[in-house]
Write a protein that binds this ligand. Sequence first.
Ligand SMILES: *[C@@H]1O[C@H](CO)[C@@H](O)[C@H](O)[C@H]1NC(C)=O
Ligand SMILES: *[C@@H]1O[C@H](CO)[C@@H](O)[C@H](O)[C@H]1NC(C)=O
Ligand SMILES: [Zn+2]
Length: 499
Amino acid sequence: MNKLRFVHILLFTTAICFFLPPIAARGGHSDYIRPGPPQKTYSFYLSGDGSSSFQGTARNLFAQVEPRPSAELARGYMTNDDLEKAMKDFTKRCSKISRLYSIGKSVNGFPLWVIEISDRPGEIEAEPAFKYIGNVHGDEPVGRELLIRLANWICDNYKKDPLAQMIVENVHLHILPSLNPDAFTVRTRNNANNVDLNRDFPDQFFPLNEDLGLRQPETRAIMTWLMDTRFTASATLHGGALVANFPWDGTEDKRKYYYACPDDETFRFLARIYSKSHRNMSLSKEFEEGITNGASWYPIYGGMQDWNYIHGGCFELTLEISDNKWPKAAELPTIWDYNRKSMLNLVASLVKTGVHGRIFSLDQGKPLPGLVVVKGINYTVKAHQAYADYHRLLAPGRKYEVTASSPGYKPKTTTVWLGDDAVNVDFILIPEASSQGNLLRSICDCSGQPFLPQFFTVTNNGITFTLIVVVAFLCFLLQRRVRFNLLKQRQSSRRSTTV
Ligand SMILES: *[C@@H]1O[C@H](CO)[C@@H](O)[C@H](O)[C@H]1NC(C)=O
Ligand SMILES: *[C@@H]1O[C@H](CO)[C@@H](O)[C@H](O)[C@H]1NC(C)=O
Ligand SMILES: [Zn+2]
């Protein structure tokens, strides 16, 4: 290699290092690079073929800059073995309301353990599910400590504390204290393959990480988990700041500005539930009310949060719970105390707020795995495949037009006034076209136009009248049966309607 060429390569490498995009962000207050003006240089990071190798290089270059915190920092924190033991002990002690399972393994083969808390753990019920994930970044260990405390607190209190009881009885709470056990051991951010797991998800704007084979085992575990389990909402715990962060995390043009997702209002509501219940998150000087839109703080790509909302049907927040990534272990009880109410309230919001219900067919009241949309919000919530329950989180204090639909059925729309409490709306859908029972169905279609008076004017003899009375009575019985079934299946005593 001649000297000139070598100098060129050197210059080129330096230039790239200089323009390196802020890939270390979200979860790192102290170590993120605030994005400057729009950077064209992102393109190298996104280049189609061969991008993976370049990405790897970028990550390696960056990782060399990252100082590794000393072992002294982790003094008093649970090791991975301690955590595993704590989780196993928990599910033994609280076996009535919990179970332990693994969603996969880390690069180095450590199981990614999850505790599920519910009065019927492991069973599928017509209830919303919530997940908490900690330690996505190996050097942000506070979340894993809080999550095991959360599990134990619920177990100790669900018979006396109304919030804990509500969670156990009406939610399936899944807790994954550590997504990145390998990196925790060596106190680094990235996993054992030196990849930032919070940049490893498919991105909505840029074809990052499109190759499934190149995705990290920890990322893949999360993605498979979401295919198997329907989650209504979730939160991931990070460290390095104190703020509740909500979608979108990235912008289309990589610039930094408030970029609202379709459910912006709902997300602001959820983020506020966390920050306002927290001892001092909402007092933040940097973030108004202690909440922030991700892209307005700093845009990231390939993050877990946006992917959850787009592909998982799951409303996810990214919670930064401690300015200091490694507070002294002696401070952990205080931090837990600061976060306890927030953590409980966020999970309970799945029951206490929003519009919930089930979708049924008028034929024998069979559950329909239909879709629920709200006028003005470009987002679809799916009812459960088997139970047809749906859970639509929405900001309170407004009227919403809610529509349920299912292929082969007439969609039904109803207006819901959503106050501070959750509302239950069950939909009974009428088959679109069917050879038999059309008369019965059209009379039964309470949302349809007045049918009977019109009928009277056309035929006005005694026989028809008797027939109509009989049919109407049958219809009444049928609807009553469907409603009665609904009532039996309904768990809570919230305000309910059937349409
Ligand atoms: C919240 O309290 C913690 C612990 O006392 C403190 O370190 C932090 O600065 C406080 N943050 C705000 C925004 O008040
Ligand atoms: C709704 O969102 C989808 C993506 O989820 C998008 O393709 C579509 O253009 C959006 N529609 C409107 C009217 O914004
Ligand atoms: Zn983080």
